[in-house]
Write a protein that binds this ligand. Structure first.
Ligand code: PRP
Ligand code: URA
Length: 209
């Protein structure tokens, strides 16, 4: 079973409280989604492999660590996942970015795919799938299935708020995938929204409502 990690870092929790506030405007919301993604990326990349190398400093030879593991890819689930990309690229600038466009049908809550563009070598990369919200888990599970069909073996999922239903779906369909989130909320409401959640992440990032 993949792990579920809830980041309880005080800075992440503080920023999340601002995201949840219905009075927070679009500009601040977008900035904070990016800042949280940045902090989560720092925490989630702790286990990246490094190799020891020698560097000549102006004074002497220093043994240093340099990233040595597989190359990385960030795959946002459109639209809301886009809000997390820059914050992650700040820390892992050589990661490639793939895009998977999925929206939830408001009636069935099933994910509908409308766009996909992945780096050609995605199967050789370790992948971070990013989406602020894990609700029913339908979108994330579909995106991960799609990536596996493209040869990806090491996939992690990074959300800002997750519902228990979504965690359960991803863990049952993809037990090899580790999930990172800043909060595990109580439940979904009848419309598939996370309670208490933060509302519609895509609309709040892009100002579409
Ligand atoms: C939201 C969110 C996730 C999905 C989560 O996207 O960003 O992708 O819903 O719900 P699920 O876990 O039940 O699948 P939405 O479909 O609203 O599209 P948007 O990002 O374009 O607004
Ligand atoms: N998508 C969102 O943006 N918010 C929710 O609460 C659930 C799905």
């Amino acid at each position: 079973m993949g792990t579920l990690t809830i980041f309880d870092h005080p800075l992440i929790q503080h920023k999340l409280s601002i995201l949840r506030d219905k009075e927070t405007g679009v500009k601040e919301f977008r900035e904070i989604v990016s800042e949280i993604a940045n902090l989560m990326c720092y925490e989630a990349t702790r286990d990246l492999q490094i190799e020891e190398i020698e560097i000549e400093t102006p004074v002497a030879t220093a043994k240093c660590g340099r990233l040595a593991g597989k190359k990385l890819a960030i795959v946002p689930i459109l639209r809301a996942g886009l809000g997390m990309v820059e914050g992650m690229l700040d820390l892992i600038p050589s990661a490639k970015v793939g895009h998977i466009g999925l929206y939830r049908d408001p009636e069935t809550l099933q994910p509908v795919e409308y766009y996909c563009k992945l780096p050609p070598d995605i199967g050789q990369r370790d992948v971070f799938v990013v989406d602020p919200m894990l609700a029913t888990g339908g979108s994330a599970a579909a995106a991960i299935t799609f990536l596996k069909e493209h040869g990806c073996h090491h996939i992690r999922l990074m959300n800002i708020i997750a519902a228990p239903e979504g965690v359960e779906k991803v863990q049952s369909e993809h037990p090899d995938v580790d999930i990172y989130t800043a909060a595990l909320d109580e439940k979904l409401n009848d419309h598939g929204y996370i309670v208490p959640g933060l509302g519609d992440a895509g609309d709040r990032i892009f100002g579409t409502k």
